[in-house]
Unconditional design. Structure first.
Length: 281
């Protein structure tokens, strides 16, 4: 059962105690780091472990972020793991010295289960989370689930860190994470494919390709923003722009046919969910 993000009070990052260690500062890790800094997490409280830091990441050292520090020991209040899931077996053993029983571990590695993480970091409160790529502009959505060690303070801390890139929802059952990945984790690609397909169809109908590209792009982006701002269900918004017997209704007759978009999307989500289970072992 999902729990609303509003059910968890967000902890202020400006007053967050202890050090946040970010392991992996690629696209998603970098997006989270940007969000933390935007939400006033003091740079001196951030350690980044990244073997190949970008110029942008390196530049943060001037603001006080510690990049690959050497010497001394760091104990993480929060350890955020944002490495590629296939590198996890090699990466996790080196992190044990950063973790104690008070550390909150947040993993955004796709497919890596709580059980897998607990085997490597047995003392920690562990949160498994699945963000998506709109996190890069602060408009992502993340779904999270915690192990038995995650009590209210740990959950608030994890929530605050994850909310820096957008909305956060929590689930009680880890088995739901494969479907979460299929819907929201992979979902941006489906939307981009929709824009791509609309542009190709527009060009096939006679529009110049550049105009078809722009019309599709702006229509998808604008409709997404309308959906974001409106309290109305998606079905109601669809109905509001569909005049009986008009061009939209004619197109929707095709898209909503028995072999149309809905069953196709259901098969796609089911296939992605199945693949997620396979990758998790």
């Amino acid at each position: 059962m999902a729990k609303s993000a509003n059910a968890t009070k967000q902890q202020s990052l400006a007053s967050m105690p202890g050090t946040v260690v970010l392991v992996g500062a690629g696209k998603m890790g970098g997006a989270m780091l940007d969000g933390w800094l935007a939400r006033k997490l003091p740079p001196k409280k951030i350690v980044v472990l990244e073997p190949q830091p970008s110029k942008e990441i390196k530049a943060l050292a001037r603001r006080g972020v510690r990049i690959n520090p050497t010497g001394g020991s760091v104990k993480a209040a929060a350890l955020v793991i944002a490495v590629k899931p296939q590198t996890a077996p090699e990466a996790l053993p080196s992190l044990t010295s950063l973790v104690d029983s008070r550390t909150v571990v947040v993993s955004i590695m796709a497919g890596r289960t709580l059980d897998f993480l607990e085997k490597h970091l047995p003392r920690a409160a562990i949160v498994r989370a699945m963000p998506n790529t709109p996190a890069a502009i602060g408009r992502g959505i993340t779904v999270a689930v915690g192990n038995a060690r995650v009590k209210a303070p740990a959950r608030r801390l994890a929530h605050g860190l994850l909310a820096a890139t957008g909305a956060v929802e929590w689930v009680d059952e880890e088995k739901l994470m494969d479907a979460v990945t299929a819907v929201s984790g992979s979902g941006p690609a489906y939307v981009f494919l929709l824009a791509e397909a609309m542009a190709h169809a527009g060009a096939a109908a006679g529009l110049p390709q550049s105009l078809a590209d722009k019309l599709a792009r702006e229509t998808v982006a604008g409709s997404g923003e309308l959906l974001h701002r409106s309290a109305l269900p998606a079905a109601t918004l669809r109905q509001n722009v569909t005049s009986p017997g008009g061009t939209t209704a004619t197109a929707l007759d095709v898209l909503m046919a028995s072999d149309g978009l809905a069953p196709l999307m259901a098969r796609a989500i089911a296939a992605a969910t199945k693949r997620g289970k396979e990758l998790a072992g």
